[in-house]
Design a protein around this ligand. Sequence first.
Ligand code: 48F
Length: 250
Amino acid sequence: MVDETIISKAIIESYFERLKNCLSVDVIIVGAGPSGLTASYYLSNLGFKVCLIEKKLSLGGGIWGGGMFFNKIVVQSQALPILNDFGIDYERYDREHYVLDAIELAGSLIREVAKRVEVLNGVCVEDVVVRDGVEGVVVNWSASFISNLHVDPLVLRSKVVVDATGHDAVVCRITAKKTKAFEVMGEKSMHADLAERLVVEKTGEVYPNLYATGMAVASVYGLPRMGPIFGGMLLSGKKVADLIADKLRS
Ligand code: 48F
């Protein structure tokens, strides 16, 4: 016979364990779109303790809608090794362009991340901890923002924070505003080829211990946007993981 009290106790105890595990980690990744999910996967595979924070209940960010609700996604050839790591199928469209299913991409990234990483969904990052660089984030339930209730937040600490919040570059904007150390320029208009190259090239440390990946990079540096081609997002997520691994090991 199942017991309601035990069901509640099991949920509360196991979630609190998860929350306690997130109090002090190697890397906090903010945003569970394609870049944040990819970075989370590779960093945890490299042995780092990762907490992934997503303000919505569902992970996946801009993957689900493909292009204009057409749930197909395009990647360029350089991103194929990443799709292979996740076991995601794709079809060759021409020499450079490959097509895949948006639902399979989202589902596969989420599945692999959920098996390895502590994920806090329905949790929103509203501020950063800054000492010798960024050393953590200030969080609250997304529900408290939606309901407009005045509730003080809690703090999660880490050696490195990654802004993977997409077009809004929320963590970089907050840090720029509070430190006055750099500027977030805002993304520019569409130029897919240039944007895909530059977003990977510029992926890296924006401020001590604060890294940007994915569309947040385009926002910080004023790069063009690229629309529904996702290779750059995956490659940026992998690159930020490699850069952080080098930093934390040195
Ligand atoms: O927007 P999103 O998918 O970011 P991305 O990884 O990928 C961009 C593409 O989806 C697409 C594109 C590609 O060609 O242009 O737009 O750069 O995912 C960002 C995630 O961050 C969450 C948000 O809900 C989304 O799932 N997020 C945003 N602000 C916060 C946040 C916050 N303050 N706290 C927690 N999560």
